[in-house]
Design a protein around this ligand. Structure first.
Ligand code: G3P
Ligand code: MG
Length: 239
């Protein structure tokens, strides 16, 4: 089973922060996942929600603030006092951390609520500039975004994200097209997913923090799990 650190090592560090990514970078795991939104001035930032309310000491939509404004808030204290002073990372800052590692970089484009015009092109430019084409997996619940990724650069691995129980998923995945299926835990073990696994297309499942669920997924043929506890899960599977 391949392990992907979900929002960095987000079980023990504030999600999607430099602290969480530095911890993930230290671990010998397959990959790291993080969520990308676009600020008012077009800067790409790494945060899960559309707003900064849950994970900072501020309140606002990401899309309504410049990077400088976003950077003025504390993204660590909500999690624990020792993380006071963590700021929202830019996509570039996160990529810097993994410059000298070989982790797969799963960039999740959060354009499913707000379309963030031009975000796909900006992300691809950055990947090409840094020659990360073979290291990235671009995923999204916004399947038009991953369709656009393939149209611009067919070399880049893409994945369609789903929460639902699917009917004939392979037909739809080929139609987009997407290279992999990223799916929520209970839906991942429904019979319809078998056709995807049998086809050889990677199936990766989120968010799996429990060893018994991870064992079930391994038996089902799932390639990777996204987990908030990458070290614990890596230790479990190395036994
Ligand atoms: O990319 C896997 C997982 O992160 C998708 O859900 O809400 O945690 O971004 P979410
Ligand atoms: Mg995500």
């Amino acid at each position: 089973m391949k392990i992907i650190a979900h929002r960095g090592a987000s079980g023990n560090y504030p999600e999607n922060t430099i602290a969480a990514f530095k911890e993930a970078a230290r671990l010998p795991v397959f990959g790291v996942e993080f969520d990308v939104h676009m600020a008012a001035d077009g800067e790409l930032v790494v945060i899960h929600d559309e707003t900064i309310d849950r994970t900072s000491n501020g309140t606002s939509y990401v899309k309504d603030m410049s990077l400088a404004e976003l950077k003025s808030y504390d993204f660590g204290s909500w999690f624990a006092p020792e993380f006071h002073g963590e700021t929202i990372p830019t996509l570039k800052e996160v990529l810097d951390i993994f410059d000298s590692t070989d982790h797969k970089l799963n960039i999740e484009l959060k354009s499913d609520i707000f379309p963030y015009e031009g975000m796909v092109q900006k992300v691809l430019e950055l990947i090409e500039e840094r020659q990360l084409e073979s290291r990235v997996i671009i995923s999204s619940f916004d399947h038009t975004a991953i369709q656009l990724v393939k149209r611009i650069n067919p070399q880049i691995e893409t994945a369609a994200l789903f929460m639902e129980v699917l009917v004939h998923p392979l037909d739809y995945l080929h139609k987009i097209p997407a290279d992999a299926l990223h799916i929520l835990f209970p839906a991942a073990i429904r019979p319809s997913i078998t056709e995807v696994i049998k086809s050889g297309m990677p199936v990766r499942t989120f968010t799996v923090n429990d060893e018994s669920y991870a064992t079930i997924l391994k038996q089902a043929g799932v390639q990777s799990i996204f987990t908030d506890y990458p070290e614990k899960m890596a230790n479990f599977f190395s036994k």
